[in-house]
Design a protein around this ligand. Structure first.
Ligand SMILES: [Zn+2]
Length: 265
């Protein structure tokens, strides 16, 4: 079968295992069904901005053209750095109405094991999507807040004690560290500054994510569609937003947002 699409982050849901959908021009492909089969993705040389939709020779960052990256509220400073949120002060960064809608809602600060222990922030409504996107094996909620700024302040404090980046190569080799998330939560909560302690929550459920991966590679090599326009190999699994191919090639679909491709399997 052959399909055309502009790449974007795969929606996912948990039904026992994690199930991924790949958006195509007319439909969604249940891409888990392609695992164990030869699968090819060919970049046809066109790129489209995720915000304005216009075609560009090159995109700037996060799937945005340069203009959108510097003007769209979807790429505002508080998106990457929640502690810079200002909507709770009624102060605008790029679009106050958008920022109020985005920032002034329940957020969680979580601990996850994705190739190692890390801390992160997400909107409550993005649980467990955010954890799946990062390929976390397990996650626990450390704190709940009423807005993005508060969650960002907790994350900044926690960054002194724990990583905030996913160790993606370890994650894709299934080399998650031995981590007891409940013990880590108790340890880190004890290190949190006194004025933030009241955000720590009693919800101690450990969430586990089971990814559809038949074989994890022992070595991984990131595929860059700008350098190699076509990848064609047996699809061995999916974790995070990565397709894992036989031979250890891994394609970060989120990192190729906006790339126009042909898919065959
Ligand atoms: Zn644009």
């Amino acid at each position: 079968m052959q399909l055309n699409t502009t790449l974007s982050k795969m929606p996912a849901y948990i039904n026992g295992q994690v199930h991924y959908l790949l958006k195509t021009d007319n439909d969604f492909l249940k891409i888990n069904d392609c695992i164990g089969r030869e699968f090819s993705i060919e970049f046809v040389g066109e790129k489209y901005c995720a915000s304005c939709g216009n075609q560009f020779t090159d995109l700037y960052r996060m799937g945005f053209c340069k203009n959108c990256f510097f003007t769209s509220p979807m790429a505002g400073e508080s998106i990457i750095r929640p502690e810079l949120s200002r909507a709770h002060l009624d102060e605008e960064d790029r679009d106050l109405a958008f920022e109020k809608g985005y920032q002034l809602q329940e957020h969680v600060v979580y601990l996850a094991n994705s190739g190692g222990l890390k801390v992160g922030v997400t909107r409550q409504q993005q649980v467990p999507t955010r954890w799946i996107d990062q390929g976390a094996a397990q996650a626990i909620i450390l704190a709940k807040t009423s807005n993005r700024y508060e969650a960002g302040m907790i994350e900044v404090d926690m960054k002194n004690h724990v990583a905030d980046k996913t160790a993606w190569q370890r994650m894709l080799k299934n080399e998650d560290a031995e981590v007891n998330l409940l013990e880590e939560k108790e340890r880190l909560a004890g290190l949190l500054s006194a004025d933030l302690q009241h955000f720590v929550c009693d919800d101690n459920e450990i969430h586990s994510m089971d990814y559809p991966v038949e074989h994890y590679p022992t070595k991984v090599k990131a595929i860059n569609l700008d350098k190699n326009a076509e990848v064609k190999a047996v699809l061995q699994g999916i974790r995070g937003q990565y397709l894992i191919f036989e031979g250890g090639g891994v394609l970060n679909l989120r990192g190729h947002t906006g790339y126009r491709v042909k898919i065959s399997f």
